[in-house]
Design a protein around this ligand. Structure first.
Ligand SMILES: [Zn+2]
Length: 345
């Protein structure tokens, strides 16, 4: 059966104007829209975002912080953090970004869709419970994960974060939560500085926070092998009922805020791998939400690779390629950090 796919796309995400010299500018999403219209005309049904409700946002955020964001409504010019300027409609874009993810989630939970790609901004994975962080105002996927558990009854939700930066907000908000397993691959020598191997979760969530520190020289092939090894284990042992992807595209060569040298094609390969692993484990629905990616053309090309891989006939599961020494050493580090915990019991 072909994949039932929809995208969340709305011009109101362009209302969050940070200025054209800011890395997280409207040009990012404009480049993605342009690519979609050129490469996939008429092929992507759209879902309209709705505003997230306060009770949903409060599952991940502190109420005083939410009120502080709302107080920026109508401001001519302001800032929610030193690196995150805002205008009078920024709060609206943020509420719609979280709400867009929730709208996709509702359709997935109802069994009407297999995959939803939420092309939202501002991004979310750095936003903390009580503050804006790293261009992120509301933590779109933390809200979606908590709502999936609290509002929709899911018991095991997997978040896969392939943005080059560690999702410190996702980690912080979900650190004690064992119903949501947070899996992140990232480069440590850049913002925000969290995401070490030994940050494995706390209390009941111990073993359910899995960080992979990537070396600068990792190749596309090694990235795919690493995901096959570690995420394969997560899929087998955690058996997620829902997969959320923090889909940042700043790990590619040439991104002004990333340091890695992957190619846009790696995201098509990771998408195909996730599809293949999902099929082997009950085909959980998935929601991908746009996070970083600051080279607009590279971002658009990477999103195109993901969409292409979602439409493609899924490849038959084959033997994984032999892991390189680098991949073997990374898997060993993950295993050492998680020995006796979570998916490595
Ligand atoms: Zn990033």
């Amino acid at each position: 059966m072909p994949t039932r796919l929809a995208i969340v796309r709305d011009p109101r995400f362009l209302l969050h104007k940070t200025g054209l010299t800011h890395p997280e500018s409207v040009q990012r999403l404009e480049a993605v829209h342009h690519m979609l219209d050129r490469r996939f005309p008429g092929r992507l049904p759209r879902l309209s975002p709705t505003l997230a409700a306060m009770e949903q946002l409060q599952l991940a955020h502190q109420r005083p912080y939410l009120l502080r964001v709302l107080a920026t409504a109508g401001m001519a010019r302001g800032a929610l953090a030193e690196d995150t300027p805002c205008r009078g409609s920024s709060y609206l874009a943020a509420w719609l970004a979280a709400g867009g993810c929730l709208a996709g989630l509702e359709r997935l939970a109802a069994g009407e869709l297999d995959v939803c790609l939420a092309l939202v901004r501002p991004p979310g994975h750095h936003a903390l419970a009580g503050s804006t962080n790293g261009f992120c105002i509301l933590n779109n996927l933390a809200v979606a994960a908590r709502w999936a558990v609290e509002g929709l009854g899911y018991e095991r939700v997997l978040i896969v974060d392939w943005d080059v930066h560690h999702g410190n907000g996702l980690q912080e908000i979900l650190y004690r939560d064992r119903s949501v397993l947070y899996f992140s691959s990232h480069y440590m020598g850049t913002f925000p500085g969290t995401g070490a191997w030994d940050q494995v979760g706390q209390g009941p969530g111990r073993g359910y926070n899995l960080n992979l520190e990537l070396p600068m020289q990792i190749s596309d092939q090694e990235m795919v092998s690493l995901y096959a090894e570690v995420l394969g284990r997560v899929m087998r042992r955690f058996r997620p009922q829902l997969i959320l992807v923090a889909a940042g595209f700043d790990a590619i060569r040439g991104d002004p805020l990333g340091r890695l040298r992957l190619s846009p094609r790696v995201f098509g390969r990771l998408t195909a791998l996730l599809r293949e692993m999902g099929r082997a484990h009950g085909s959980p629905p998935w929601l991908l939400a746009l996070e970083g990616g600051y080279d607009p053309e590279g971002l658009a090309e990477s999103v195109g690779e993901v969409v292409e891989a979602l439409f493609a006939e899924p490849p038959e599961a084959g033997e994984p390629p032999p892991a390189s020494e680098l991949v073997a050493s990374l898997v060993q580090k993950a295993r050492a950090a998680h020995a006796g915990l979570g998916v490595w019991v």
